[in-house]
Design a protein around this ligand. Structure first.
Ligand code: GLC
Length: 747
């Protein structure tokens, strides 16, 4: 008997020890680690994690108050800082954070919108490339450089659908189309986050501005947004869903009120949709001061109520308004905010810090040597040049003036942007002091032609002043030249945040300068650099060749020269409609037909038309020319009918019938002819960017599946309905080359 007891006891002790050892050595999950930190935190420390302040070095919004944020950091009362540049600064601040009681590392955020050290084309320009791989790579390089410079988090991609070019922030997004915008949103999130948080070259993405900020009434920034829920779901939410599906670590809500509720306190958006229906596990940060701005909205009486409204609606972190810092702990103590709400927000924030690896090594991103290497990597400039040239849109090329011969003798380079450097960067570059990093358009020509051609230069006029004093000099050099290149457009602070323009014509007297040069009779190429669609009808109607060059960043000059001289055949397509005049706005291609559609510009008698203006844009969505031509034929559908849940294969032959190799963005549009809610006259549902040598043909295929036929009905159900669909394949939304219909049958 005794022996049996001893044996049993030994076995028990053995397994008990085994379990204990296993228990300790078993790696704690991140959630277990978060819980163990949370248990140690005071209420003040928890609230601290829900605050983000801007560093004193730069501001990207109205300055509230500085106070001594270093004390907040030292006291473990701050979760994140933004606008802190470089490993030196971030290391210093992280060292201060490590003096706090719990040593919770700081998050460093920055608006790395289109490049960090290497400035890439603005996002609207990259959208014009329709090259998802190139766009993802651009974000990848931006993340690599930012992460090497101590940054953990970029406030990008901006995925706001925008149909009104008066709104200056169109430059930050992907334009007017939901499908293209969704594809690009996913590409950018994947680019920023790379192989996943925790990798040394990955930064957290931040899908913004949630939601519908781009629909500001009148194109006036921060203005109200009012739309049906169906419009919200159909056109404005999908890019955010695409970002969430791609794993975006964070979201940022928006300044605007949406249907009367400020987005920052909009629980329908943040809790019902994002954290509820979409099961988003990251955290939401407010936009600069937007928590406190709800007082101005007239939604709350004071910051105490603002903090209450925002935190209960799902806003996890307060950027810059200090409403959370000043009132959240009190709200919890008064039982107005359950501590569980604070715990949930803090857990979401801590989870990202664990996933980034900051608890294991707070200085992981603060390596001066890596910063030096990555911020001076010549490969990055090559990549920037590649996507820059792919973003350029050829709007006109009469008599094939372009590409220019490299043997050309004399070129007159005229215009206020021809030698400009900083203007090539756009509104959201990260502001490096030295401009020698940037290749101006003039330098791009010099690099391309060397001493082979004589370059004459005259500024001609300013960007926005009214002086014509420079015209004579410009005319004089034009008369000496074989060809004239005129470089016009916007200043980099004419598009961007809080840069709405009621008049989006070429600013100043730039178009008069073009007219004056045109009158010399010399062949003229116009380059237009801007952050938005502009209006330049006279130029478009008279000048031989026009390239829309957006703001292309560091490699602007080289990329433009590549296109001007045919080393790259332009392939860009407009991601936004270009209006004839502001009076048409908002104007976009995927509009409804109405009950009285105007068949043409003469058809105005009791028609949905203007009596004094065409209803057609100057340049439509998806438009862009090439130095070569493409033929579309042999359209084939695998079936003329499709059963719900099945697919149809669509194929056609694309042929390069010109003498230059080039890429064509073939666009697939669908129209649901009859449905329980009216449907757009056409909707982009797929596209391919196809490279062809001269004379080469390729078969292009698409698959029509249920997703492409679905829409939100009146009850906001994502459904399909039986009926006839028109399939259109074209080179732009209004250059349809192939058409066929098919029938969706019921079950
Ligand atoms: C700005 C912008 C937002 C940006 C943030 C931080 O006001 O609206 O896009 O990320 O503040 O700079």
């Amino acid at each position: 008997m005794y022996r049996l007891t001893f044996l049993f006891r030994s076995c028990f002790l053995f397994f008990a020890t085994l379990q204990t050892v296993a228990g300790f050595s078993q790696k704690k999950t991140i959630d277990q680690k978060i819980d163990s930190v949370l248990k140690l935190m005071t209420l003040d420390e928890k609230v601290g994690q829900m605050n983000q302040y801007s560093g004193p070095w730069a501001h990207t919004g109205p300055i509230t108050e500085q106070g001594d944020f270093l004390q907040q950091v030292k006291g473990g009362k701050l979760g994140s800082l933004l606008n802190i540049n470089g490993v030196q600064h971030t290391r210093e601040l992280q060292q201060i954070a490590m003096q706090s009681r719990l040593k919770i590392p700081l998050l460093f955020g920055q608006d790395v919108i289109h490049g960090y050290r290497t400035t890439f084309p603005i996002p609207l320009a990259e959208a014009a490339s329709w090259d998802l791989q190139a766009i993802e790579l651009s974000a990848r390089i931006a993340a690599t450089e930012a992460a090497a410079s101590g940054i953990h988090w970029t406030f990008a991609p901006m995925v706001d659908i925008a149909r009104d070019p008066r709104w200056g922030r169109v430059m930050e997004g992907a334009g007017e189309d939901t499908y293209l915008g969704s594809q690009i949103a996913g590409a950018r999130v994947r680019g920023f986050q790379g192989k996943g948080l925790g990798n040394i070259d990955a930064v957290m993405a931040c899908a913004k501005h949630f939601a519908a900020y781009g629909a500001a009434i009148g194109g006036r920034d921060y203005n109200s947004v009012d739309m049906s829920e169906r419009t919200l779901w159909e056109f404005y939410l999908p890019p955010f869903k695409a970002a969430a599906d791609a794993g975006a670590a964070t979201f940022m809500n928006s300044f605007n009120d949406l249907n009367g509720i400020p987005a920052t306190a909009n629980s329908y958006l943040q809790k019902d949709i994002l954290k509820g229906k979409w099961k988003f596990k990251g955290f939401i940060v407010s936009d600069w001061g937007s928590v406190g701005e709800m007082v101005k909205h007239g939604y709350v009486k004071n910051n105490y109520e603002a903090a209450l409204a925002a935190v209960l609606a799902g806003n996890d972190m307060d950027m810059e308004s200090r409403a959370y810092r000043n009132h959240l702990a009190q709200l919890v103590k008064e039982n107005k905010v359950p501590v569980a709400v604070v715990n949930e927000a803090v857990k979401r924030i801590l989870k990202k810090k664990f996933e980034l690896g900051l608890f294991d090594d707070p200085y992981k991103f603060s390596n001066a040597q890596r910063e030096q290497q990555e911020l001076n990597n010549p490969e990055h400039k090559k990549i920037a040049r590649d996507i820059s040239k792919k973003s350029i849109v050829l709007l006109k090329n009469e008599n094939n003036l372009l590409p220019l011969s490299k043997n050309i003798k004399t070129i007159a380079v005229i215009g206020p942007l021809a030698k400009s450097k900083m203007e090539m960067l756009g509104f959201w570059s990260t502001g490096w002091p030295d401009s020698n990093y940037i290749v101006s358009q003039y330098e791009g020509l010099q690099n391309k032609l060397g001493t082979g051609a004589k370059l004459l230069y005259a500024r001609g006029c300013g960007i926005e002043d009214s002086s014509r004093n420079g015209f004579d000099e410009a005319i004089a050099i034009a008369q000496q030249a074989d060809v004239v290149i005129i470089s016009v457009g916007e200043k980099r602070d004419m598009s961007g945040e809080a840069k709405s323009r009621s008049n989006i014509h070429l600013p100043g007297v730039q178009e008069e300068l073009i007219k004056a040069i045109y009158s010399t009779g010399k062949p003229v190429v116009v380059l237009i650099s801007a952050g938005r669609p502009l209006i330049f009808n006279w130029t478009a109607d008279h000048v031989q060749s026009i390239l829309y060059t957006w703001w292309l960043g560091d490699e602007a000059g080289n990329a433009i020269a590549d296109v001007l001289f045919g080393d790259y055949n332009p392939s860009g397509k407009l991601p936004m409609t270009f209006p004839l005049t502001e009076g048409q706005l908002p104007i976009y291609y995927n509009h409804f037909n109405t009950g009285r559609p105007a068949e043409n510009d003469r058809d105005r008698f009791y028609r949905s038309a203007y009596i004094d203006l065409s209803i057609h844009p100057k340049f439509p969505f998806g438009y862009g020319l090439s130095y070569t031509n493409f033929k579309y034929d042999n359209l084939k559908l695998s079936s003329a009918t499709i059963k719900d849940g099945k697919t149809i294969d669509v194929s056609f032959t694309l042929t390069n019938t010109g003498k230059y190799s080039g890429e064509e963005v073939v666009q697939l549009y669908l129209r649901d002819e009859v449905a329980s809610v009216v449907r757009p006259v056409k909707e982009l549902k797929d596209f391919r960017k196809v490279f062809l040598q001269p004379g080469e043909s390729k078969q292009v295929t698409f698959i029509i599946n249920k997703e492409k036929l679905s829409f939100y009905n009146q009850k906001l159900q994502w459904i399909t309905e039986p009926g006839k669909f028109d399939l259109m394949i074209g080179s732009s939304s209004d250059d349809i080359r192939l058409k066929q219909s098919f029938e969706l049958n019921g079950n």
